[in-house]
Design a protein around this ligand. Structure first.
Ligand code: PSV
Ligand code: MN
Length: 424
């Protein structure tokens, strides 16, 4: 299903008077309003193909109906989001769930929705039905070389699919690790993994990057072979300049100082990409900004500071993606909320008075430093984010319009109430 431009226009016409009043008031307080708006418009967040259906836990899954059944339908769903918010201009595919049958048609379909292909993701955390050897005891780390070879071949195949679609990055998340002490020789597991990654790295196309994603626990509960940013950084450094660490917000142990991790990785020019979500306990995969929006702001504060220090283009230098799951919310509404939360945190970080903060830090004025950060954090930047969306051709209130247009009802009518999207 496609949204008619007219419906966005009508919606905006209805709300624009009220919006302008609020925006004008905020804009008068922002010194670099035009460049801030430009940055906000340029900032796009990729949507993972596996987050468009209802998520589940190992206890159950409650389907919402109208879920995308094919890659084409997944692209259409991301197209819907992008039409509404003009900020979700890319889709990230997971192979083998999303192998295109007709590459040309898929490329054309994505382009017709204004979408590009973000990083492609390999999957060696599950066994596929046509697979010879099992990943039960790991993939790139496996004690058996034939299993490692199979996992390497899979990653090379993922690169080929990505190349055909115009992707320029491969994300590797490994579930490899161990569940019990003694199960694994840590050093050998690391070395096997490194060797396997080296083979993949050597086949990486010239303009490609490889992102090494880490995760503290699950599905292995004693050790993970890429368990934290230190291990990921070690692999990325040993591999070479095209290898980077990918930070998934949910993949840390409780209370980890993620903003500090981000700052140091940027300093070393080894931060490659981001998976946004929120959590209270572990890898909860909740809506971005729903639990701890201040942490999200602090992370963006370091991102902006670090990217500016490196003269990096905020929108293009790193891979930005949501990686969440929707067990109780309508998936597309949840994604709209996540994108909005990301843009709000980014806008707030852009408002931080960096010169004043630098001076406060230099004079150890702890109180003033906190005031400066919280001045930005406590600014209601929603009219600013809405103005950027309006200028880009999106809807002033994406979730409201999505509901008014009864999109889910229409999707259920079109696709049926019993559909299940491939993925987790
Ligand atoms: C693992 O928890 C993860 O965050 C990785 O990014 C995977 O690729 C993704 O979820 C989907 O399985
Ligand atoms: Mn992730």
């Amino acid at each position: 299903m496609e949204l008619e431009r007219k419906s966005i226009q009508n919606h905006n016409d209805r709300l624009v008077g009220h919006h302008e009043k609020k925006y004008r008031q905020l804009a008068s307080d922002v010194s670099n309003i035009n460049s801030t708006l430009k940055k906000l418009i340029a900032f796009q967040i990729a949507i993972p193909s596996w987050a468009l259906g209802t998520g589940g836990t190992r206890f159950g899954r409650f389907s919402i109906g109208g879920e995308p059944r094919t890659l084409e339908e997944k692209i259409e769903d991301v197209g819907l989001l992008h039409a509404l918010n003009q900020s979700s201009g890319a889709i990230s595919l997971h192979i083998p769930w999303d192998i295109p049958t007709n590459v040309k048609n898929i490329r054309n379909l994505a382009a017709s929705h204004g979408l590009t292909f973000d990083a492609v993701n390999s999957n060696t955390f599950q066994d596929q039905s046509d697979q010879k050897l099992s990943y039960k005891f790991g993939s790139l780390q496996h004690v058996n070389k034939s299993v490692r070879k199979q996992a390497i071949r899979h990653n090379l195949e993922v690169i080929r699919h990505g190349q055909a679609l115009g992707s320029t990055a491969l994300t590797i998340w490994l579930s490899d690790g161990s569940c019990f002490p003694g199960q694994l020789n840590f050093r050998k597991a690391f070395q096997n993994t490194l060797e396997s990654l080296e083979e993949i790295y050597s086949e990486l196309p010239r303009n490609w990057k490889i992102y090494i994603e880490y995760k503290a626990f699950e599905p292995n509960f004693y050790s993970m072979t890429v368990g934290d940013w230190g291990q990921s950084y070690l692999y990325a450094s040993k591999l070479g300049p095209k290898a980077y660490t990918l930070v998934d917000l949910g993949h840390h142990l409780p209370n980890a100082n993620i903003e500090q991790i981000v700052s140091l990785l940027l300093m070393e020019r080894k931060l490659g990409g981001f998976h946004f979500n929120d959590s209270k306990y572990g890898d909860d995969d909740l809506t971005v900004g729903s639990i701890n929006p201040y942490q999200l702001f602090l992370i963006f504060n370091e991102l902006v500071e670090g990217m500016d220090a490196n003269k990096m283009n905020h929108a293009e230098a790193l891979g930005w993606m949501i990686d969440a799951s929707h067990n109780v919310k309508e998936p597309l509404e949840d994604l709209l909320q996540s994108v909005e939360a990301i843009k709000i945190a980014y806008a707030q970080a852009l408002l931080v008075d960096r010169r004043a903060l630098g001076a406060a830090q230099k004079s150890n004025d702890v109180v003033l430093a906190q005031e400066i950060l919280q001045q930005a954090y406590r600014t209601d930047v929603r009219p600013l984010v809405a103005e950027a969306r309006l200028k880009a051709g999106g809807a002033l209130q994406p979730v409201i319009l999505y509901r008014e247009l009864r999109v889910r009802e229409k999707l259920i009518k079109e696709r049926g109430s019993q559909t299940t999207a491939s993925g987790l």
